[in-house]
Design a protein around this ligand. Sequence first.
Ligand SMILES: NC(=O)c1ccc[n+]([C@@H]2O[C@H](COP(=O)([O-])OP(=O)(O)OC[C@H]3O[C@@H](n4cnc5c(N)ncnc54)[C@H](O)[C@@H]3O)[C@@H](O)[C@H]2O)c1
Length: 441
Amino acid sequence: MGGAGGGVAADLRQRLERRDAAVGVVGLGYVGLPLAVAFAKAGMRVIGVDADVGRVERIGRGQSPIEDVPNDELAPLVRTGRLTVAGGMRALGPADAIVICVPTPLGKSKEPDISHIVEAADEVAKILRPGQLVVLESTTYPGTTEEVLLPRFTASGLVVGEQFFLAFSPERIDPGNRTYGLSNIPKIVGGATPACRELACALYGQIVERVVPVSSPQAAEMIKLFENIFRSVNIALANELAIMCRRLGLSVWEIIDAAATKPFGFMPFYPGPGIGGHCLPSDPYYLSWRARMMGYEARFIAFADEINGGMPAYTVQMAADALNDRGKPLKGSRVLALGVAYKPGVGDVRDSPAVEIIDSLLLRGALVDYADPHVPSLTVGSRRLTGVDWATADLASYDVVAVLTAHREFDPARLCREARLVLDTRNLTGPLGAQPHVIRL
Ligand SMILES: NC(=O)c1ccc[n+]([C@@H]2O[C@H](COP(=O)([O-])OP(=O)(O)OC[C@H]3O[C@@H](n4cnc5c(N)ncnc54)[C@H](O)[C@@H]3O)[C@@H](O)[C@H]2O)c1
């Protein structure tokens, strides 16, 4: 360990590398819980903290609220005391490293709401002591770590890079992804000083195969936003292509898949009924807000959001058109929404386009059911809907079945065989070829 940080840093580094360290994780959600489990499985003592009392109690009983963390993985770690959970930050006193994974939603006017980060930082500041490393993982605008966290932590006189250490390392996990998980997704790390960066690299080096150090926390914050904006913009392009293909009588899926045979310079993104989840609809606004503060109006971000945000209404219109072609109005028609999670393999309905689509169908007088093996019940406006069981659903009783999420549980052959009319926004039925009663986005 070079110069800055000297003995304190060298000590901490040794403990991290020997895995003889305690790691505190603040926020035990989709990001924090898998991380806490990974550190505990690597042999660290982990202290998890969450503001949600119900969640703390549940995890404390060894029950996981996250699909990617099975109970049989979590329970032994809790039982043996390798992973303890608490409601208050005081529990983090013994932690050598503290990782903050709290939500970063948008406010009403799409401005960043970093109140959870501020709250967590204020609490950490109260217990911060020499020899601790703090890492922020929440997705946020460039500058947050050094402008919001750092002054709170140095207020007591502690010196960054010498007495305590601070870094930003964006979370890149993709819940439900069976190929890439925490350990094989390279981890970006930007430290407030070189010693901070080295220590954060040492921390993550215990649980991931590859750590990618970058020049600053601000660069690390920007990298995460760029990755998500890249996806949002490319999905918007695919959505716009789908709209144009429909007018031209072309299959957007054929166009994209054939274009993807080009071995360089092309990467396929696919259209759909809209984007959802905690990240894509919100994160880009963290950058456009920041850019606006600097006198620059980001254009791609706003345009992509406009196109992606219009897809739920476009999907409802496609359903109405398909019914109309068969002499039926949307009003009074029975519609089955197949899949309401924002992506396959998860039960996360945050900002899911399915909610807007169902809401709009209900408003127009359709009689809507939904089926999603990952989502037992769903709130749409003021209504609470209970899902029907896909396995036993009478598909022929619906005027149209709209595929909104391509969960692997949905068998396209059965869907095409039993349903009278299918609106497929995910190309679930693509492998079965063109069918007269199947309309694809
Ligand atoms: N979900 C994803 O796929 C994903 C992927 C990459 C990055 N991220 C980013 O990671 C961050 C966390 O996202 P998430 O999906 O895990 O959110 P989440 O809502 O699933 O979990 C966050 C947890 O933090 C807790 N919390 C909130 N304020 C707190 C506080 N002051 N102290 C202690 N606990 C607090 C909440 O109770 C909740 O359990 C966000 O910035 C998100 O953008 C999410």
